[in-house]
Design a protein around this ligand. Sequence first.
Ligand code: SF4
Length: 151
Amino acid sequence: MHRLYENEYIVIFWNSAKCYHAKKCVTGSPATFNPNNKPWINMNRAENAEIWQTVEKCPSGALTCVARHNIDVVFEPENCRSVALDGDKKIGECDFADTEDGWNIYHTDVSPEYGGKSIAKRLVYKVLEAAEKQRIAIDATCSYAVKVMNE
Ligand code: SF4
């Protein structure tokens, strides 16, 4: 399961398949990580430094985080894509084909001047999250998306 959580400054990637329940997150920032809550991650109950440091201690790599850089990533089901926005300006997208067999991500792209900010990963996660929540099979021919799915 792939999920994105974010507040104004930080984005967390959560890949449940990698978690081996060491609970470093729960003890490191109990207000943020609580498996008894839904969603189990709340980004607005602790200082960002505490959240960031806790994520960095996740031993499995199930949790990772990046700065949000004021870039919004939104899902557009009507256009079969997620898009990254710097204000009103579209600076990246992740496109998928809606087929009989499920969704297939075939293209991910971010403007070069916005490189190095993990925006492409956020775009792919946004599509993975949407597919998984709707129980739609998801695959990729986009090599970058394949890499993210196999991380
Ligand atoms: S710290 Fe990482 S491995 Fe441990 S429970 Fe939390 S997410 Fe899972």
